[in-house]
Write a protein that binds this ligand. Structure first.
Ligand SMILES: C[S@@+](CC[C@H](N)C(=O)[O-])C[C@H]1O[C@@H](n2cnc3c(N)ncnc32)[C@H](O)[C@@H]1O
Length: 269
């Protein structure tokens, strides 16, 4: 793999190892949960409230999501669900409330500290059918044709090779299986300063690709019945943008249709 992609991945892993040990308050007061990196995007501009969701375990919520994929994933009792980039297990525990005792939930993450938080949370909740696996989404250690539903929340934008990620998702899903993922995408070209800031990448924005490209990668990976289930523009506050853009660039940016969006996408194998 290209050196830069390896570096970006290692940076993302190290950042989320740190974030795993921070509180939701610390995470929400800084960019995508990371303190002192770029002081750019307040994470709360992305996260949706989980309070109304059955199975919600506040201790597993590090404030790192950008949607509610479990609401759109058509989850049913007895299904096997895979959560990509499961963090401290937040969406896994909500998914568990849908699939019940007879189902199975697997969380996959490559950051050790996230995995240990998630395992500890599952133990406290006494869930024996929620497990966590260490692995990279680009080459996941999951059997082919073994999963009914994949969910993921604000993770795939962080994965450098999105083709590989969606191809792997297609491989592990059962025929007739589906995914519902929430993620961050772009519409139009963001200013260079935002794109090239590596810290922003780990902070969830600059690793995002164009919405149209995102949907084409999904199609190219063999998925059908692709639907955008939810779309919400992320309004980035001026004081944050002005860390990256001078007055003139800021005004130009704001008068354009260019933007960052949180979307939830569904597709079937
Ligand atoms: C923004 S957090 C979201 C965590 C969780 N989905 C949530 O909503 O709380 C991104 C997570 O994805 C994991 N991650 C990022 N890239 C990954 C990769 N290539 N393979 C596995 N996990 C990855 C990070 O370690 C981190 O836990």
């Amino acid at each position: 793999m290209e050196k830069t992609k390896v570096n970006l991945k290692e940076m993302v892993k190290s950042k989320y190892n740190t974030i795993a040990n921070q509180s939701i308050q610390q995470n929400q007061s800084s960019c995508c949960g990371s303190t002192g990196c770029c002081d750019t995007i307040e994470y709360s501009v992305f996260s949706d409230s989980y309070d109304h969701l059955s199975g919600y375990a506040p201790e597993a919520d590090l404030g790192l999501g950008c949607g509610l994929p479990t609401e759109f994933a058509k989850l049913e009792a007895g299904q096997t669900v895979l959560d990509l980039g499961s963090g401290a297990g937040n969406d896994c525990f909500v998914a568990r409330s849908f699939v019940g005792e007879t189902g199975k939930v697997i969380g996959l993450d490559f950051a050790d500290n996230m995995l240990s938080q998630a395992i500890e949370n599952a133990k406290k909740l006494n869930y024996s059918n929620v497990s966590f696996v260490k692995g990279d989404i680009e080459e996941m250690p999951i059997e082919s044709d073994s999963v009914d539903v994949i969910i993921s929340n604000c993770v795939l934008n962080l994965v450098p090779d999105k083709d590989k990620a969606f191809q792997q998702m297609h491989r592990v899903l059962n025929t007739g299986g589906h995914f519902s993922v929430s993620d961050v995408v772009l519409m139009g070209d963001l200013p260079e300063a935002l794109i090239h800031d590596a810290e922003m990448y780990a902070g969830c924005v600059s690793g995002a690709i164009q919405k149209e490209d995102y949907l084409s990668v999904i199609k190219k990976s063999g998925f059908k019945n692709i639907q955008v289930q939810k779309e919400k523009e992320v309004i980035v506050p001026d004081e944050i943008l002005s860390n990256y853009l001078d007055q003139e660039a800021l005004a130009k940016f704001k008068s354009s249709n260019i933007g960052i969006y949180s979307i939830t996408v569904y597709a079937e194998k």
